[in-house]
Design a protein around this ligand. Structure first.
Ligand code: SF4
Ligand code: SF4
Length: 173
């Protein structure tokens, strides 16, 4: 009699746990899926906003960038992934000015810490969301970020307005 009771209790317990498992399975079956079917969804794939793919130097429609070749990003980089090559040029008003020649970035040793972009006070570099960077030759991971023929964007000099002359009456008083 006791054996039969144990058997029935065990059977009911098994059915109960089976139902609990099925309930969870059915709930997950109807839950919205978040698994990315990569690479099938390559065209629609959206990376999350803060993803750091590869360092870039944005250029405007006039092939101008914001880099003044100060080298702060190179100094901030802990593993030498950045090499800023610059030269001194003479401006129209006879002043010496540093100018960017090549901005080399080694994606192969970059650890995406973002210290370089934080060090840049001019917002000249930023991370894009590219991630398919596999190559057979590591040398291809060294990229030149400034485009051929590009130059630094010219800052517009805003002249301060002349102080208004005090009226003659006020001056006498
Ligand atoms: S993200 Fe970090 S490692 Fe990569 S280039 Fe910038 S400072 Fe260097
Ligand atoms: S990217 Fe920014 S920090 Fe780096 S050299 Fe250019 S201006 Fe300086």
């Amino acid at each position: 009699m006791n054996e039969e009771k144990n058997y029935i209790e065990g059977l009911l317990g098994g059915i109960r746990t089976l139902c609990v498992g099925l309930k969870t399975s059915m709930r997950e079956f109807f839950t919205k899926k978040i698994t990315e079917q990569y690479p099938e969804n390559r065209n629609e794939l959206q990376m999350f906003e803060r993803f750091r793919g590869s360092l870039t130097m944005p250029h405007n429609e006039n092939n101008e960038h914001k880099c003044i070749a100060c080298g702060l990003c190179q100094m901030a980089c802990p593993n030498g992934s950045i090499n800023v090559v610059s030269e001194m040029v003479e401006t129209e008003d006879g002043k010496k000015k540093k100018q960017l020649v090549r901005y080399e970035y080694n994606l192969g040793c970059c650890m995406f810490c973002q210290l370089c972009t934080r060090a840049c006070a001019h917002g000249a570099i930023s991370f894009d969301q590219s991630f398919e960077n596999a190559v057979f030759d590591r040398a291809k991971l060294v990229k030149v970020l400034n485009q051929p023929g590009s130059k630094v964007v010219e800052k517009k000099v805003v002249k301060k307005p002349e102080p208004a002359a005090a009226p003659a009456a006020e001056a006498k008083a």
